[in-house]
Design a protein around this ligand. Sequence first.
Ligand code: ZN
Ligand code: ZN
Length: 255
Amino acid sequence: MSNLATLKTARSLESDEWQLRVDLAAAFRLAAINDWHEAVANHLSLAVSADGKKFLMNPRWKHFSRIKASELLLLDSADAETMNRPDAPDLTAWSIHGRMHAKVPQARCIIHLHPPYTTALASLANPEILPVDQNTARFFNRVAVDTDYGGMANSDAEGDRLGGLLGNKQIMMMGNHGVLVCASTVAEAFDLTYYLERACRNLILAYSSGQPLKVMSPAVAEKTAQEWESDRDQFHSHFAEMKAILDQRDPSYAE
Ligand SMILES: [Zn+2]
Ligand SMILES: [Zn+2]
């Protein structure tokens, strides 16, 4: 490769990483605006290398509403010295996201949050998302459930356990805890998180009525879920619109 071609490749990799930083920073701001976050806790991460092992994540204990693209940590899941760095990430973040980026390469964007309605459902003895409307039906048979909560996730073994449990699904309801949403892009992970929280809100509200639920048949629920999946362009428009709204409110996320 000529020097010029090498320089061009380096520049395009840099601009690719910058765009990923901007997208992930936008997702933090949107999580705060939507009240899905826990102030300075919870984590969003995004792979930047082709093998998925190098990834961006939030700096430790920074409020989601103030995170900027330039401040995101660039970490390497293979780097055993990570927790000895002066800017080491939160330990539970490293345990879950580091191991999942190492072991689940298709999970390029990993959103780990405790959104109120999703977490309320994850707190029930049966955290299943029953198909009672279009949003809940989107997730029919598409969610892994972890019912073995054992305290704060602060070991590699816990990250490996969660990665194995996720299997080929994109979403894990973490019983007594919250949720993990995994996708190939920030746009898709954001869209899934948004509709998941809406789905759980509707189900919790329906439960709250005390009336019997009208649960869809498996055939109708599956058909509805497949209809959602056939229109994947919506992810990109949804996220682009949300970034445009952020740009009007406070564009500092992209700094
Ligand atoms: Zn958590
Ligand atoms: Zn996390």
